[in-house]
Design a protein around this ligand. Structure first.
Ligand code: OAD
Length: 253
């Protein structure tokens, strides 16, 4: 994969880069995406049965079991070269803010320390009424387990359709999008708001917008660079190009 020199330069001189990831970033680890034909979760399941507060109220056991199944997948997979390359970018560049729509915790497992989890994390659970964090490790029999404080059903700590983004995550992501000079948008179909609009905010303030994806998305037309392909291939190539540029500077400087 040949990275355009101008993109390498833009990254090399950036003072604040933002990386916005979606489920495509975890696809090469074996975590299903959402909207891809045939394999995407929303091609096989109806979001209104599984990812809304009303669905949980109607049938908490069904929703809980589906998330148990997804937790099982996440527990058996490993971060891929795309996740690892993001950690390398965090070390190579002066400032990187990582915003993920993914709920699988793979960025953290790869070594990214400061991850803005825009849509929560399926490995965490919370009370469906009080929203306090609940450790579910002790109650494997009840599906879902009851909140130890109030007895209400416990739910996954993720953002469902119709729910607000956690305020701290939203505020941090908006500030990063407004202040960055480069934004990499990786493995997201850019169809879910407000996550997708972060790219528009960044680009409107002059940031260089880079899209890494297998397919075109609503963001493609406004991207300054479109790198088509797998994030597990392209992100390591970006890291290599930065290292090469660094070596060159070292040799000539
Ligand atoms: P989608 O399934 O909508 O989009 C996945 C994108 O990743 C597609 O555009 C694919 O082309 C691309 N892709 C797949 N494999 C890739 C690879 N190896 N390298 C690069 N790109 C690849 O998933 P998201 O955009 O993440 O919300 O979906 C956004 C939100 O919708 C999710 O966070 C989830 C869902 O409903 C919640 O859970 C709240």
């Amino acid at each position: 994969m040949l990275v355009p020199d101008a993109l390498t330069r833009a990254l090399a001189v950036s003072s604040h880069a933002v990386i916005l990831t979606g489920s495509g970033t975890s696809a090469e680890s074996g975590v299903p995406t959402f909207r891809e034909a045939r394999t995407g979760l929303w091609a096989r399941f109806r979001p209104e049965d599984l990812a809304t507060p009303a669905a949980f109220e109607r049938d908490p056991g069904f929703v809980w079991d589906w998330y148990e199944w997804r937790r099982g997948i996440v527990a058996t997979v490993e971060p891929n070269p795309g996740h690892t390359a993001i950690v390398a970018l965090e070390r190579l560049l002066p400032r990187v803010t990582l915003i993920t729509q993914n709920v699988d915790g793979l960025h953290q497992r790869a070594g990214s320390a400061n991850v803005i989890e825009f849509h929560g994390n399926i490995m965490r659970s919370k009370c469906s009424i009080e929203h306090c964090s609940v450790d579910i490790s002790g109650d494997a029999d009840r599906r879902p387990p009851p909140c130890p404080n109030c007895g209400a059903p416990v739910r996954p700590d993720v953002v469902w359709f119709g729910e607000a983004i956690p305020p701290a995550a939203l505020e941090a992501a908006l500030a990063a999008a407004a202040g960055c000079d480069v934004m990499l948008v990786v493995g997201t179909s850019a169809q879910v708001q407000p996550a997708a609009s972060l790219a528009g905010h960044a680009s409107a303030r002059g940031a260089v917008l880079v899209e890494i994806n297998l397919e075109a998305t609503p963001l493609t037309a406004s991207a300054d660079y479109v790198l088509p392909g797998k994030s597990g291939v392209i992100l390591p190539a970006l890291v290599e190009s930065l290292r090469d540029a660094d070596d060159l500077r070292g040799r000539t400087g």
